[in-house]
Write a protein that binds this ligand. Structure first.
Ligand code: 6GU
Length: 239
C-alpha cells in the first residue's frame, strides 16, 4: 500500500517512521511519502492561506497552492482523503475498507479549512472522502492522519505479529472488547476471574461474550442496535 500525505508540517508526521509503522515500512508492506505543501507556493513568502470571502474568523487555504500539489501527488486512481471535523465519521469499517486500497493520498488542512473548490475539483477526477475522527476540533488534519494511518496499517497482513488479534478487536464484531488478564493469578489482593483458568473453552468464550455485552451496554449502548446479537446475547442483556 502506498500512502502520501500533503501538509505544511511535514515533521508532524514523523511518528509514521516509528515502531510498528516504521517496521511495516522497512518490510515494504507500506510505502509512505510526506510532501511539504509549501513546495507548490509561488510567492517569496510561501503563503498557503488567505482571508475568507464573506468574512469570518481565521484563514482559508489557497486553491492555487492545493491544486498543483494534488495534481502532482494524487493519481486519478488513488483514494483522496480530506480530514475535517465536518467529514463523515471514521470508523473501524472505514479502516477495513481503506486497507484494501493500493493507494491513498491524505490532504491535511489547517486553519479554517481548504477552499471548497479544491475538493470539488478533485471529485471530478478521483474518489474523494471527507472524514472526521469524532466530535471535537483539532488544530489540523495531521494528528487525524496519524490516527487513520495507524488504524489502516495494522490491518495489513504482516504488520501485526498475530493475525488473529484483529478479528477479536473491539468493534470488529460491533461490540467493545472486555478486560484481559495475565500472570500472576493474584496481584495486590485482586484475583483473575477463575473461569479464565478453568480450561473450559466454551464457558470461557461465553463469559468473554457476556463481558463484551455488559461493557457495551454500560458505555456505548447505541452500538448494540447495529451489532449482530444471538438469542443468548439478547437473553443475557434482558436479565
Ligand atoms: Cl479529521 N480534523 C480536524 N481538524 N479536527 C477533527 C478531525 C479532523 N476529526 C475530529 N476533529
Amino acid at each position: 500500500m502506498r500512502l502520501d500525505v500533503i501538509t505544511i508540517f511535514p515533521e508532524y508526521l514523523g511518528p509514521l517512521r516509528e515502531s510498528l509503522l516504521g517496521k511495516a515500512r522497512s518490510r515494504g508492506i507500506i510505502d509512505i511519502g510526506i510532501h511539504d505543501l509549501r513546495d507548490w507556493t509561488s510567492d517569496v513568502h510561501k503563503s498557503v492561506d488567505d482571508s475568507p470571502y464573506g468574512g469570518g474568523p481565521g484563514m482559508v487555504m489557497k486553491p492555487t497552492v492545493w491544486g498543483p500539489a494534488l495534481d502532482a501527488v494524487c493519481p486519478d486512481d488513488a483514494l483522496l482523503v480530506f480530514p475535517t471535523p465536518a467529514g463523515e465519521p471514521f470508523t473501524q469499517h472505514t479502516a477495513e475498507r481503506w486497507s484494501r486500497e493500493p493507494r491513498i493520498v491524505f490532504a491535511c488542512g489547517r486553519y479554517e479549512g481548504i477552499d471548497q473548490r479544491v475538493i470539488d475539483d478533485a471529485r471530478g477526477r478521483a474518489r474523494v472522502e471527507e472524514v472526521s475522527l469524532g466530535d471535537y476540533i483539532l488544530i489540523g488534519g495531521e494528528v487525524a492522519v496519524l490516527v487513520m494511518v495507524e488504524a489502516v496499517a495494522r490491518l495489513l497482513p504482516g504488520v501485526l505479529g498475530n493475525q488473529q488479534s484483529h478479528r477479536e478487536d473491539s468493534f470488529s464484531d460491533g461490540l467493545l472488547e472486555g478486560p484481559s488478564y495475565t500472570r500472576p493469578a493474584s496481584w495486590r489482593g485482586l484475583d483473575v476471574p477463575p473461569i479464565l483458568m478453568s480450561g473450559d473453552h466454551a464457558r470461557v468464550a461465553s463469559w468473554k461474550r457476556q463481558q463484551s455485552l455488559r461493557l457495551t451496554a454500560q458505555r456505548r449502548p447505541e452500538l448494540l442496535a447495529s451489532a449482530e446479537l444471538s438469542a443468548a446475547d439478547q437473553q443475557f442483556l434482558d436479565t
